[in-house]
Design a protein around this ligand. Sequence first.
Ligand SMILES: C[S@@+](CC[C@H](N)C(=O)[O-])C[C@H]1O[C@@H](n2cnc3c(N)ncnc32)[C@H](O)[C@@H]1O
Length: 245
Amino acid sequence: MAPGTVTPAGDEPYPTYFHLLVDVHRLLRPRTYLEVGVNEGHSLALVGPATRIVGVDPEPKGDGLDHPDWTVVPETSEAFFGRSDVPELLGGPLDLAFVDGLHLFEVALADVLAVERLAHPGTVVLVHDVLPIDAETSSRERSTAVWSGDVWKTVVLLRRHRPDLAVTTLDVGPTGMAVITGFAAGTAVPWGPDAAWVDTAVAELLSADHGDLLAMGLEDALGVVPGTPTELSRLLPGGPVTGPA
Ligand SMILES: C[S@@+](CC[C@H](N)C(=O)[O-])C[C@H]1O[C@@H](n2cnc3c(N)ncnc32)[C@H](O)[C@@H]1O
């Protein structure tokens, strides 16, 4: 199958974000992959053998990974991004990142902006849990098994304050996946986690809840598109691929 080709017969929505991730890896063939929030390694297990993996999680679980080139750093993302050896750990330009750590929007936003320092124009950043189901599962305090927290606010703020980026939400189960592209070459110092706009932006939405998102107009605020192979291929660098290989 040629790189950049969407495989499924038909264009059914991906059943879960794991199915989506499989296709992202297949289409992008990243040299390097950074995952914030590893847990038991289920999403790490979807990474192809030619990709170098760096994972970050203060409490990783499981017995390791059946992959030729992986490292999991047992730290919070904040500590990890403060390290000076992240570029060496990656061993090359960052092609793909998946933000799936602490489910509070100010942390997810800081993760995206820290990842941006490592990004190049072809980098793709995925953010999980951005399409909330209801008020209970999207509250800032966890009280349910499925918990997206208020990560959706990360998408709203990036779409409001970073028009230079393309930030879109794929409607994929259980709680959506944002795809972010359009990074500039080199570091993006004015946009880093310490940039002046960030504190103000976080304050804008700190007390907002699911009802406020509905009042904003969820589809527009989050840039929701169907979670299908066609929509994914439109969002990835290189644009849509319409035909079979
Ligand atoms: C939802 S799980 C990740 C699931 C995994 N990506 C998957 O799809 O299989 C979230 C993980 O984030 C980790 N986490 C919590 N706080 C974090 C932080 N500050 N930095 C990085 N990871 C964090 C938790 O320990 C947990 O394992």
